[in-house]
Structure formats: C-alpha cells, structure tokens
Write a protein that binds this ligand. Structure first.
Ligand SMILES: [Zn+2]
Length: 224
C-alpha cells in the first residue's frame, strides 16, 4: 500500500465530494488502499467513518477509494486505531504482494504492528481473490492487480534485455498506470528502476522521507 502525503487542505469544503479532484491532484487518481487506478467512480472516503463520529468535511479525514474498498470498509472501523493508514503510516513497509497475486502482512512484522496490518487487509478485503468466501463477482480488484503483475513481469524481461536509463524511465511510466506495490515488488533489487518508479509517483504524493540517519520518517500518530 503506497504511502501518501496529502499536504495541508487546499480549500474549505461545503460537501465532501468537492474535495475529490483536489485529493487526486495531490495523491493521484488511485484508490488509496488497493492502489487501483480509478478515473471513474473514484470516491472520497472518510477514514474515520462519519457514522462513528468522523469529521464530514475535514481534509485530514479524507482519502480516495475505489467503490470496492469503500463499500467493504463501510463504517466497520470505529476510528483510526488498530489499523494502518497510508496518510499516516509507512504502509509500503507493512504489506507483501506475491506472484500468486496474494496480499499479506509483511514478513517480519510482529505484535500490534502485524495485527494492525492484518486488520487493515480485512477492513478493505484487500486479500480477496476468486474463491474467497466474501466477495461478489463484481469485485474486480484482483483482476486489475493481476494485469499489473503481467505487465510488470513483461517489463522486467524488457529491462533484462536493455538495462538502460531510458528503459527504466519507460517502465516507470507504465508503472504509473496502477498498483504501485506490484511494480515495486517485481523490480525489487533493481534500484535504477525502483528509483524511476518513485520519481514518477513522487508527482502524486508518494511519501518516503528519510531523516539525517537515512531512516524512514515516521509521521505523527504513525506506527511504522
Ligand atoms: Zn480500492
């Protein structure tokens, strides 16, 4: 799950839906949770659900969501506690994506952090694949992610044939299409391409700040 930084509120909103394009301008037209590219039907999602006392018009309570993640999440979380959030935690360090198209808790996470990651997966149903008990056939997130796997693997073959900066740049443009974490997984260990992908996503709120010692910055209320 890509870590994002929305920055400060660019406007005051009378209706939460009015924040959609401001949000997308900051963090891109992607679902903040499943990383699917969504140009139609992208929804402003209240991290702390309104039904549970979450602020209706507060920029800090907004993320962007596809209709699947938003519907499954609904108002099942009482607040932010007990989960990981891409605008607060370094969520790119918390989950694992594998070539069987599975999404799971990052190996090595333990204790409350592992539990929060697990809770987050279940809150949005991020691990749903065909055969899962809960999803409706309409839930196509897994298919979108599979397409990213296929494209990223074909791009990896291209890189092996021509490992040059221009190819890295072109792969990064392809990666912008969808599913940041899949691309980062496929190109793990190839810093030239990873840096090129981060450079592109940097235009869409990617947050990977490091402190003077080179460690990732943990933000206010962040757990990882
Ligand atoms: Zn989603």
């Amino acid at each position: 799950m890509r870590t994002v930084e929305k920055g400060i509120a660019p406007n005051v909103y009378q209706k939460y839906g009015d924040a959609k394009h401001d949000l997308a301008g900051r963090i891109g037209y992607y679902c903040s949770y499943c990383e699917m590219s969504v140009h139609n039907m992208l929804e402003v999602e209240h991290v702390h659900p309104r039904a549970n006392g979450g602020a209706d018009l507060d920029w800090d309570n907004f993320l962007l969501s596809c209709k699947y993640c938003n519907t499954i999440k609904s108002s099942r979380n009482l607040n932010r506690i007990g989960y990981l959030w891409p605008d607060q935690d370094n969520t790119d360090l918390a989950f694992e994506y594998n070539s069987a198209n599975e999404v799971s808790v990052k190996t090595g996470l333990t204790g409350t952090l592992a539990q929060a990651a697990e809770n987050t997966i279940h809150l949005m149903g991020l691990d749903r694949l065909p055969g899962h008990a809960a999803p409706t056939p309409a839930d196509t997130r897994w298919r979108s992610r599979q397409e990213a796997w296929d494209k990223a693997n074909r791009s990896l073959n291209n890189w092996r044939r021509a490992p040059i900066p221009e190819m890295a740049a072109q792969i990064a443009l392809s990666a912008l299409e969808s599913h940041y974490s899949v691309w980062m997984t496929v190109f793990e260990g190839i810093p030239d391409v990873l840096a090129a992908i981060d450079l592109e996503y940097g235009r869409f709120g990617l947050f990977k700040d490091r402190d003077a010692a080179g460690n990732r910055v943990i933000r206010t209320n962040g757990q990882i």
